[in-house]
Design a protein around this ligand. Structure first.
Ligand code: G3P
Ligand code: CA
Length: 246
């Protein structure tokens, strides 16, 4: 029997609502998503805010780098009719769900600001008692990064936290069967999976889990399910869940 993958909402149910917005995450929970994905960056005053890009330009009514605004200033920016969320806000939202929720946190700009992002992240998780996995926790946190350096930092700060090594290309020097720095979950992009399904098979055969992003077309759901992936990260969690029959 084929394994049914977890369905993770990419920036919330972001096909239906502004990405990273409260509406997008509430919709993802209503749709029954197993987990919520988010990107985090630091505000000027050191708060972790949910935004993908380095600047405000694409997703808001203002322009310029996120890192040059304080949280109070960012709270005044209009993101498609909604205010910015902090990671703290999202954790509170997830805690209020009627079931345990997975939270996949991707750290952005890990190379530019030293380990400030990971330090703030772990401090916040510690505050919520989420810095080590517990079966009875209302929120199960996994940290993700394209940067092996960031994955290594998370291992040093919180060895028990699950970590995803994201990859859009095969990282130079990666032995296809071994992830760097003790990550046990590989996060290949869909394009990489299409080009190199053998990589997925080999990583799985070595005991790694596979979380694929961003799977929005149903024919691609068929492909990744046939490869036995463990999670699909999608902008359309409701549609993907219906298609999977869950
Ligand atoms: O979930 C991983 C995926 O989000 C990575 O790509 O650019 O959407 O952050 P990106
Ligand atoms: Ca992301």
């Amino acid at each position: 029997m084929r394994q049914i993958p977890l369905v993770i909402a990419h920036r919330g149910a972001s096909a239906a609502y502004p990405e990273h917005s409260r509406s997008a995450y509430e919709k993802a929970l209503t749709d029954g998503a197993d987990g919520l994905e988010c990107d985090v960056r630091l505000s000027r005053d050191g708060h972790l805010v949910l935004i993908h890009d380095r600047t405000l330009d694409r997703t808001s009514d203002q322009r310029g780098p996120v890192s040059q605004r304080s949280l109070a200033q960012l709270r005044d920016v209009d993101f498609g009719g909604e205010p910015i969320l902090t990671l703290d806000d999202l954790i509170e939202l997830a805690r209020g769900a009627d079931r345990p929720v997975r939270l996949l946190v991707e750290t952005k700009h890990p190379n530019r600001y030293g380990k400030a992002v990971e330090l703030r992240l772990l401090a916040l998780l510690r505050k919520h008692g989420l810095d080590r996995p517990r079966e009875d926790a209302p929120v199960q946190v996994t940290v993700m990064s394209f940067s092996p350096l960031a994955v290594r930092r998370v291992r040093a700060l919180a060895p028990a936290l699950p970590r995803v090594q994201l990859m859009d290309l095969i990282p130079p020097g990666l032995k296809p069967s071994r992830l760097p720095f003790g990550a046990r979950i590989a996060g290949p992009g869909l394009e990489l999976v299409r080009r190199r399904p053998d990589l997925v098979r080999r990583l799985k055969a070595q005991g790694n889990d596979i979380y694929v992003w961003t799977v929005n077309e149903l024919r691609d759901v068929d492909l990744v399910v046939s490869l036995g992936v463990d999670a699909v990260i999608t902008d359309r969690p409701g549609e993907v869940r219906s298609y999977l029959g869950v």
